[in-house]
Design a protein around this ligand. Structure first.
Ligand code: FAD
Length: 429
C-alpha cells in the first residue's frame, strides 16, 4: 500500500484525486492537501466580477465529495515541502509523509513585483474568487460613476486569454448597463503583438483579436511594461525590440484589472533540484521531477520554457484542456510505477482555449505549443460563448459528482475534428 499526496485541489488537483482513485489499487491512500475545504472554478471568475455568476454558483464543498470517494482532505494547507524527507509541513504545525507527491498548487500571484499593483494596491484581479468578488464591487461603482479603464496583463504574465476575455466581457457588461460611451478602454500587455498569447499567436489570433478590439473601441499598448500604479493613475513604458523604453504613457483610470506575473508558491519556492528560479516545478516528459522521482507536477505549477524571445517577459499559458492531459498522464504513470513498471504516458499538452466575450468569443488550438504546428487553428463565433458555459457546467458537475471523466472535453474536440489531440501517447506508440 502507498500514500499518494496531492498538493492543491484546484482545476488540476481535484480531478487528479478522482483519476488516481480510479486507477490505483484499493488499498492505496489518496490524500489531498488544500488551502481550505472548497474547490473554485477559476475560469468563471471573469463572470463573477461583473455579476453574471455568484460565488455559490462556482464553488464546491470538497469534504463531502472526497469522503464519498474515499479521498482524505487536509484543508490546513502546506507551509513547506521537504522532498528529501518525503514530508510536508502543514500550516497547523503538523507533518504529513508521502510515498508519492503530485504538486498542483497553481500560481502564487506576484503583485508585489510592481508598486501599487493588485487588490491590496490600486488594481483589481480575477485570479481568485475573493478577488473577483472585490472586483465586482469596483465594477458596480464604475457603472454608477463611469470613467476610463485599463485592462490587461503585466510583464512576466503568462495568462493572456483571461485578460482579453475580461476586456470584452467588460465591454459587453458596460454596453448592457448603457454606460459604455462614457468608458474609454485601454488594453495593456507585454506581448509583442495583440494575440501573441504567449504562444507566438495561434491561427489568426492577431487578426481576430485586433479586429474585435477595433470593433469595440478598445485601444491597446503592446510591449507594455507597467512601472507603477497609484490611486487612479498608472505609468506604462512601451519598449522597443531591444527592450529599451520607446515611449512612456501616463494612464488615468477609474477602474483597472491587470493580471500579475505568476511564480511558484512559497511552500516549494527555492528548493534545489525541484524548481526553476521562478519556483515552478521542473519535470520530464512523464510529469516527473528528475531530482525527486517520487514527485510529479501538473497545471500552472509546472515549469514550461517561453515560446521564443520577446522584448518583455511573456510566459506560456497553461489551460484547462492541457492540464487535464497532464492529469491523465500522471495518473497512468503513478499507477505504472506502483505496478513496478516504467512510467510511459506523455501528456499531449495541446493549448486549447475558449475566450468568452459574453455574447460570442474566440477559440484557439495550438498543437504543439511551439510553431510550426500540426494544428494551428482559431475561430470566432457565438458558439464559443455556448461552449464556455458548457465547459463550466460540465466541469462543476464532474467535481460535484467526484468523477474524472472527460466526456465534454472529448465531445468538443470531436466536434472540432481533433479528437486525437486528447489521447495520451506512450513511448511505445
Ligand atoms: P488552481 O486551479 O489555481 O489550483 C491550485 C490549488 O492549490 C488551489 O486550490 C490553491 O488553494 C491550492 N494551493 C496553493 N498553495 C497551496 C499550499 N501551500 N497548500 C495547499 N494548497 C495550496 N483555462 C482554461 O482552459 N479556460 C479558461 O477559460 C480559463 N480561464 C481562466 C481565467 C483566469 C482568471 C485564470 C487566472 C486562469 C484561467 N485559465 C483558464 C487557466 C487555468 O485553467 C486555471 O488557472 C486553472 O485554475 C489552473 O489549474 P491549477 O490546478 O494549476 O491551479
Amino acid at each position: 500500500m502507498a500514500r499518494i499526496v496531492i498538493l492543491g485541489a484546484g482545476l488540476g488537483g481535484a480531478i487528479m484525486a478522482f483519476e488516481l482513485k480510479d486507477k490505483l489499487r484499493p488499498a492505496d491512500e489518496v490524500v489531498v492537501v488544500n488551502d481550505g475545504p472548497t474547490y473554485s472554478f477559476v475560469p468563471s471568475n471573469p463572470w463573477v466580477a461583473v455579476g453574471w455568476r455568484d460565488r455559490q454558483d462556482v464553488v464546491v464543498d470538497l469534504a463531502q465529495v472526497f469522503a464519498r470517494r474515499g479521498i482524505a482532505l487536509r484543508p490546513e494547507g502546506a507551509a513547506r515541502l521537504h522532498p528529501s524527507e518525503n514530508r510536508l509541513d502543514l500550516r497547523d504545525g503538523s507533518s504529513l509523509t508521502y510515498d508519492y507527491l503530485v504538486i498542483a498548487t497553481g500560481p502564487d500571484l506576484a503583485f508585489d513585483e510592481i508598486p501599487g499593483l493588485g487588490p491590496d494596491g490600486h488594481t483589481q484581479s480575477i485570479c481568485h474568487i475573493d478577488h473577483a468578488e472585490k472586483t465586482r464591487t469596483a465594477f458596480e461603482a464604475l457603472v454608477k460613476s463611469p470613467g476610463p479603464i485599463v485592462v490587461g496583463a503585466v510583464q512576466g504574465a503568462s495568462c493572456f486569454g483571461p485578460a482579453y476575455e475580461f476586456a470584452f466581457i467588460l465591454d459587453t457588461a458596460l454596453r448592457r448597463a448603457r454606460v459604455r460611451d462614457q468608458v474609454p478602454m485601454t488594453f495593456v500587455t507585454p506581448e509583442p503583438y495583440v494575440g501573441h498569447l504567449g504562444l507566438d499567436g495561434v491561427g489568426d489570433t492577431k487578426g481576430l483579436l485586433e479586429s474585435a478590439m477595433r470593433e469595440r473601441h478598445i485601444k491597446w499598448i503592446t510591449n507594455a511594461k507597467v512601472t507603477g500604479v497609484e490611486a487612479g493613475r498608472m505609468t506604462v513604458a512601451e519598449v522597443d525590440a531591444k527592450g529599451e523604453t520607446a515611449a512612456t504613457h501616463d494612464l488615468p483610470f477609474t477602474f483597472s484589472m491587470l493580471l500579475p506575473a505568476f511564480r511558484g508558491v512559497a511552500a516549494v519556492l527555492g528548493i534545489e533540484g525541484l524548481t526553476n528560479p521562478r519556483g515552478f516545478i521542473t519535470i520530464d516528459k512523464h510529469q516527473r521531477n528528475p531530482a525527486f522521482p517520487n514527485i510529479f507536477a501538473i497545471g500552472v505549477a509546472v515549469a514550461i520554457p517561453p515560446v521564443g524571445k520577446t522584448p518583455l517577459a511573456v510566459g506560456v499559458p497553461k489551460t484547462g484542456f492541457m492540464i487535464e492531459s497532464m492529469v491523465t498522464a500522471t495518473a497512468a504513470n503513478i499507477a505504472a510505477v506502483l505496478d513496478g513498471r516504467e512510467p510511459k504516458a506523455v501528456a499531449t499538452w495541446n493549448a486549447v482555449c475558449l475566450a468568452d466575450f459574453g455574447d460570442e468569443g474566440i477559440a484557439f488550438i495550438a498543437q504543439p505549443q511551439i510553431p510550426p504546428r500540426n494544428v494551428n487553428w482559431s475561430s470566432q463565433g457565438k458558439w464559443v460563448h455556448a461552449a464556455k458555459v458548457g465547459f463550466e457546467k460540465y466541469f462543476l458537475h464532474k467535481i460535484r459528482q467526484g468523477k474524472a471523466e472527460t466526456f465534454y472535453e472529448n465531445l468538443v474536440l470531436d466536434l472540432l475534428g481533433i479528437r486525437k489531440l486528447k489521447e495520451i501517447r506512450t513511448e511505445a506508440d
